[in-house]
Write a protein that binds this ligand. Sequence first.
Ligand SMILES: O=C(COP(=O)(O)O)[C@@H](O)[C@H](O)[C@H](O)[C@H](O)COP(=O)(O)O
Ligand SMILES: [Mn+2]
Ligand SMILES: [Mn+2]
Length: 345
Amino acid sequence: MENTLGLEIIEVVEQAAIASARWMGKGDKNMADHVAVEAMRERMNKIYMRGRIVIGEGERDDAPMLYIGEEVGVCTQPDAKTFCNPDELVEIDIAVDPCEGTNLCAYGQPGSMAVLAISEKGGLFAAPDFYMKKIAAPPAAKGRVDINKSATENLKILSECLDRSIEELVIVVMKRERHNGLIAEIREAGARVQLISDGDVGAAISCGFAGTNIHALMGIGAAPEGVISAAAMRAMGGHFQGQLIYDPEVVKTGLIGESREANIDRLKSMGINDPDKVYDASELASGDTVLFAGCGITPGNLMQGVRFFKGGARTQSLVISNKSQTARFVDTVHMSGQPKVVQLH
Ligand SMILES: O=C(COP(=O)(O)O)[C@@H](O)[C@H](O)[C@H](O)[C@H](O)COP(=O)(O)O
Ligand SMILES: [Mn+2]
Ligand SMILES: [Mn+2]
């Protein structure tokens, strides 16, 4: 699965990123999202696989989406019967966020990217479109920090694991009213806080790499993004835990329904009987083979954004694989038509 799909999924995120980047800075987040979805779908439908979307994104705010349950791959083409036998194709589950950080893209801010995670059928947690409390930390702190511990305790643990003082730690938190207490606690403990407006997938994965100057992600973001982050962290051996948040009072938004009780019932109807369960990365991305792919739309901690030139574009992507234990940065020059020049820098 990995060998054949590894390269294909790079192209999937590359095409989504290029499409979205054309809408960078135009102030239209839905368009930036829409074109990324279309480009991702078009490229995925050329892959020899029986793919199924288990995590699409956008239900909460009616964004355009690759919908949950949608089948993707060559078999979806109208004339598929003439060239493909579904029984010979591997069944793949896919979690996508074609434009993660739509606001960042629309307003020309750093950190938006096209991302996806894949695994064999059943290998990714089909997270409901709720929120998720998250903690991500570097591999050295894997299994040592704990989402059930206070931020203060986790900072002490991080400081030991990373052999640096608490004052030298940088913790990413989304700038949201729900995090006012968390932000105050982190600052009180002596660590530094990097507030982000959007894009907690990039922040979570950045914890996995030394040199990003990000040592943990804490707080509540969206659950689908949590699964994609978990897949990347599982593949590279970083720490990730998530707990669904279903109480509108906690997230301070009406976007997830009117009441806690109604949401518990909704979760039960989806087969989630313990709504407070803490999931670790290997439960959110439990497959034997787990691959993450991302491509920068705007420049970020890990990848450069899309750069256009006359007759083409240049992208930077990242593919992380648990099987080959690789984090592969891929730098691609895309040539359209007959470029007069292939731009290197
Ligand atoms: O920033 C984000 C938005 O993602 P997208 O809609 O694909 O542009 C994500 O990284 C966050 O995880 C999440 O969606 C966000 O925290 C949602 O919370 P809120 O904005 O407070 O409703
Ligand atoms: Mn997103
Ligand atoms: Mn998105």
